[in-house]
Design a protein around this ligand. Structure first.
Ligand SMILES: [Zn+2]
Ligand SMILES: [Zn+2]
Length: 379
């Protein structure tokens, strides 16, 4: 093994201290570029699909092309931790462990610096804007990536709630198909004393909430799981002389595959249009943050299982997918690939919590898993 663990841990802490929001990962990208250039890749590309990076180690010999992907972005959350390397920025912090995922890929870069692959090509892909669901698409649309033909793409996500270093895998769907839906209703304002002169969307909002929530089937063990979560509702303004004239209802929708999710969106649109017509309202729909379901290729999952066994790690087969969304799903819709879960221990705060921090013990494990995959596929 040829990684400098202390250097990687310090680098992870440095990334943690300079968190940046999606689409804005300038300092993070620059720091990683600097780190990678010391690992002598054959090719190093920046500004891929935003602030993304591709570092390639090319053996010059025919063989498999393998991509490992990590994310660059942090979240709009105020960090509660008080340690030395806490976020330097207000209301932005690494609460999904993307600092750790990136440090793991930097460890793979250190390994590749010493062990150039025997055949094929290894590419490390650092991607912007995972949290808002636009990063993977931006990478796929960028010529620097769209011309590549990877045989496999791999990624990992740390998972609080599972024992430290436990590998969590599943064939086929690994993470849900997710979309954010905004329903805008337009009526007419009037004097609050004379609501009958206007068109107030309040009743329509309550009917939309009741009817849509009743379509929810939050049963992960079932193939037709549907999760409909109200996340934000707005009606009128805080102006007490005015009867509200517009409203907005925001949901996140989840299902196990993209087709079921599209069906659910249509169903909700139909219900909302009927309610809007009943109440003489105009209606508009908007969608944000589309996450395609991650679909793990069985051959790629087998490679991970083998790595787990080679490294003596516990490998857990997940019974049904995770309900969260991951924009890695877009990569698995184009290439054979696999996302694996890496247990981050049962006793740490959950992802996206203000006191969460990536456990540094996972850096070595992550590097070991990815380098074992390299050895399986390039020897
Ligand atoms: Zn996240
Ligand atoms: Zn994440």
């Amino acid at each position: 093994m040829t990684i400098e663990l202390n250097k990687l841990i310090n680098f992870r802490k440095h990334l943690h201290s300079i968190p940046e929001l999606s689409n804005n990962e300038k300092l993070t990208s620059r720091a990683i570029m600097e780190f990678l250039s010391s690992c002598k890749p054959t090719e190093l590309l920046s500004d891929v699909g935003g602030f993304g990076i591709i570092a390639t180690w090319d053996s010059g010999q025919f063989g498999k092309e393998i991509v490992f992907r990590s994310e660059l972005d942090a979240l709009p959350i105020e960090e509660l931790n008080e340690f030395e390397y806490r976020s330097q920025f207000k209301r932005v912090s690494h609460k999904c462990g993307h600092d750790g995922h990136s440090a793991i890929l930097c460890g793979v870069a250190q390994y590749l610096n010493i062990h150039n692959p025997n055949k094929g090509k290894i590419r490390l892909l650092f991607q912007s804007s995972e949290e808002i669901g636009t990063g993977a698409k931006a990478i796929l649309d960028d010529k620097k990536f769209s011309e590549l033909k990877p045989d496999f793409i791999f990624a990992l996500h740390n998972l609080p709630g599972y024992s430290l270093n436990e590998i969590i895998v599943k064939n086929n769907i690994f993470t849900a198909s997710v979309n954010s839906m905004i329903i805008d209703l337009y009526g007419k304002e009037s004097h609050a004393a004379e609501p009958e002169q206007g068109i107030n969307p309040a009743l329509a909002v309550s009917e939309i909430l009741c009817e849509c929530i009743s379509m929810d089937n939050n049963k992960p063990e079932q193939d037709d799981m549907k999760v409909i979560t109200p996340v934000f509702v707005e009606l009128g303004e805080k102006a007490y002389g005015i009867s509200a004239g517009k409203a907005s209802v925001h949901f996140t929708l989840r299902a196990w595959d993209d087709t079921i999710l599209r069906g659910l969106e249509n169903e909700i649109e139909k219900v909302c249009k009927r309610i809007a017509t009943d109440h003489r309202l105009k209606i508009k729909f908007k969608y944000l943050q589309t996450f395609y379901a991650s679909n793990n290729d069985s051959e790629a999952v087998d490679i991970i299982r083998t790595s787990g066994n080679n490294l003596g790690l516990k490998v857990t087969e997940k019974e049904y997918p995770f309900k969260w969304g991951e924009d890695f799903g877009l990569f698995t819709s184009r290439f054979k690939g696999c996302m694996l879960g890496l247990g981050a221990s049962e006793n740490i705060p959950a992802l996206h919590n203000p006191d969460y921090d990536f456990p540094d013990e996972l850096i070595e494990t992550g590097v070991n898993i990815f380098t074992d995959i390299i050895n399986q596929l390039t020897n």
